[in-house]
Design a binder for this molecule. Sequence first.
Ligand SMILES: Cc1cc2nc3c(=O)[nH]c(=O)nc-3n(C[C@H](O)[C@H](O)[C@H](O)COP(=O)(O)O)c2cc1C
Length: 307
Amino acid sequence: MAKVIFLEDLKSCFSQFIIILNFSHLTLPKSILELHYVNCIISRIFEETFSGTLKNGAMLKRIGTIFGVFILLGIIGFIVFNSLRGNSFEQTAVLSIDESQEDFNLKEGEMIKLPTVKKDGQMSLEKALTLRRSIRSYSSEALSLSDLSQLLWSAQGITNERGFRTAPSAGATFPLEMFVVVNNVNQLRRGIYQYNPHDNTLEVIHLKDVSSELMRASLSQSMITEAGAVLVFGAIFERTTERYGERGIRYVHNEIGHASQNVHLQAATLNLGTVVIGAYQDDEVEKVLNLDPEIRVLYMMPVGKLR
Ligand SMILES: Cc1cc2nc3c(=O)[nH]c(=O)nc-3n(C[C@H](O)[C@H](O)[C@H](O)COP(=O)(O)O)c2cc1C
């Protein structure tokens, strides 16, 4: 009987653990909730192991809890240690960009601090919605780094202290990775860059002009070479399917729609032209961009100044 009750308890520990993990971002940091349930399970296992051989169940329950708390503290210590170590790595090698400077002697692997974004603007949402149009022809004027920063932020910028973003994300799994193919942006050299929303930086991935190859891989859509920059929406599906299984694939596609619409509207407020590109050869595009194999390209948005 005791065993049945114990198993029921353990099952409920596990199911609470799984349910709360799914939505933990809505309440407490995920790691804390995980630890709570790990502690609950450890205490239960300890209690069960020894209650058959010793008589004082209440005492054992207490010992089990104490044992669990110790393990909990150990895990918290480990997490804190690792996050501090991670932060100190991240803070090295960020290049601060002075917008008055003409050019930067950029090197691959370097991180560029992007200009601070505006969180308030003059144009109403209704006006931006009315103005939004697919624009496929641009002037030859360079994009500013501030505009690029603002567009990337609109797609995936972080808007609260818990790391949530401008676009909704199923279970806050954040599968999207933003890349930029730079053709003509003030202060940047032609090449492929990756956006890091956590510290609003751009990482220089590859300093090579890939625009013509990218255009060929995209059914020769000439906006790709004409644009000041092409925003590339990549996704790591596993981040979402790990939690939601096959349905996660749908969620990633939904999320790309949210993020790209944000860019469309932000471009309208900045008086820039853009269009979403879905017609391209997946393998060819991914080969040209030379991204990690786990990253799939789902959309591209060339952006340029209006003629
Ligand atoms: C999933 C999807 C894929 C698209 N792919 C392309 C594309 O490869 N090339 C292009 O020029 N426009 C593309 N478009 C843009 C549509 O052609 C455009 O939204 C449509 O003509 C309506 O015009 P509007 O955006 O100005 O309202 C795509 C739109 C969607 C939603």
